[in-house]
Design a binder for this molecule. Structure first.
Ligand code: ADP
Ligand code: MG
Length: 395
């Protein structure tokens, strides 16, 4: 079993420095935190440590600065946002490694937390450079891994540091993610999976994994267009992943009737023109000049029906271009159906960055069993059963 906070030696925690990898990869606007969801997600672990007298030393990346310092990606604005959430002082040090950072970690007053500058300001982060990892490890007496959204990457702050610190444990956020996603290995039946979004190629492994595990796969979004093409149907000017049509054909053959494609789709003639006509059409009658942008009303009803009696539901990928209100009906209908299924006792999990955003936009974050905080990480975990950042913690 992956070690958790409860496996730490409780009696010797007071006064020790907990090096915690968190996911503070938050959107910034005008130098301020624009969405604090990820900061809030890290609060329980930080509070847990503070309550036991530990001194939390926090590492995170933000954006893609490319291994060099770049003020646009500074974590400094996160320090004040975090202080508000944990109701404790948060010190900030730049850079994240070196003498100043180490002495700040040693001199941190009890009851406060220390946030370090963006780990990706150093090229050693992404290359998992052992020397950089050792310098990070010098900032703590033990390691807590709570950046679920980053654990599919073997970087210095997610994997490298674990070589130098004992004990290592996952934090409360990662623990909850592993529990919820792990439960899908042995789901209540029927187990229904919803698949959508943009590309098949990003999600081949996941599709393969669920082809075996799920009782029913409901496909929508642009992904469905590629399957329709594989069936020989015309898809007009819809987004189709040409390179994946062959793969789609082979998936269709292997899946048999458990894989369901849209019966009808919502189409339009011009995405940019708000006066352009929007209408529903059966999938075998998509006009050459039209683009499929959502599942149609018949499909919506059919998919809702599948969720009606399900035991478990996993969903990745919006059913349409939900960022545009005109094309959000299918995605929001599936989100509502997931919420109703949850109310009736089904176990429902949403994975994927855009899928989570869709459920948030529908106002249903608290009405499903679990919304994963990690896009790529949740998909990688479900495909392979583990993550590099989990493997590194040992049994
Ligand atoms: P996730 O982040 O949940 O894994 P993806 O990144 O695979 O999801 O896909 C999300 C994107 O797919 C959304 O931005 C959405 O607009 C787009 N999308 C879904 N359906 C269509 C469609 N029919 N045509 C074009 N884009 C689509
Ligand atoms: Mg996405």
């Amino acid at each position: 079993m992956t070690p958790t906070l409860r496996d730490l030696p409780v009696d010797s925690l007071a006064g020790s420095r907990a090096l915690v990898r968190v996911d503070f990869n938050v959107p910034l606007a005008d130098g301020r935190v624009a969405d604090a969801t990820r900061i809030e997600a890290a609060v329980p672990t930080i509070r847990w440590l503070l309550e036991r007298g530990c001194r939390p030393v926090l590492l995170s990346h933000l954006g893609r600065p490319g291994g060099v310092p770049d003020p646009v990606f500074s974590l400094e604005p996160v320090a004040s946002a975090l202080a508000e959430k944990i109701e404790a002082p948060v010190r900030f040090v730049d850079p994240c490694d070196g003498e100043e950072a180490v002495s700040a970690s040693r001199n941190l007053e009890s009851g406060a937390a220390l946030l370090l500058q963006n780990t990706r300001f150093s090229p050693g982060e992404k290359s998992n450079d052992p020397e950089f990892a050792a310098r990070l490890a010098a900032l703590g007496d033990f390691f807590v891994s709570d950046a679920f959204g980053a654990l599919h990457r073997a970087h210095a702050s997610t994997v490298g540091v674990t070589e130098h610190l004992t004990p290592c444990a996952v934090g409360l956020l990662v623990e909850r993610e592993l529990e919820a996603l792990g439960a899908l290995n042995d789901p209540a039946r029927p187990f229904v999976v919803g698949f959508g979004g943009a590309k098949i190629s990003d999600k081949i492994d996941l599709l393969d994994a669920f082809l075996e595990r799920a009782d029913r796969l409901l496909v929508g979004g642009a992904m469905a267009n590629t399957f329709l093409r594989a069936q020989g149907l015309g898809t007009g000017r819809s987004l189709v992943e040409e390179d994946a049509v062959e793969v789609a054909r082979s998936i269709l053959e292997r899946a048999g009737p458990s894989l369901e494609l849209p019966l009808d789709v919502v189409v339009t003639t011009d995405l940019g023109d708000h006066d352009a006509r929007v209408w529903a059409t059966p999938v075998d009658r998509i006009p050459d000049e039209a683009l499929a942008v959502d599942i149609g009303p018949e499909t919506r009803a059919a998919y809702e029906g599948r969720l009606d009696g399900c035991g478990a539901f996993f969903w990745n990928g919006p059913m349409g271009l939900f960022e545009d209100d005109r094309f959000a009906s299918g995605t929001f209908a599936l989100a509502r159906a997931a919420a109703s299924a949850t109310e009736r006792g089904a176990f429902t999990v949403i994975g994927g960055g855009d899928s989570a955003a869709a459920v948030r936009a529908a106002g249903l974050m608290d009405d499903v069993s679990h919304v994963s905080t990690g896009g790529g990480a949740s998909l990688a975990f479900l495909s392979t059963g583990t993550l590099p950042g989990i493997e590194a913690l040992g049994p």
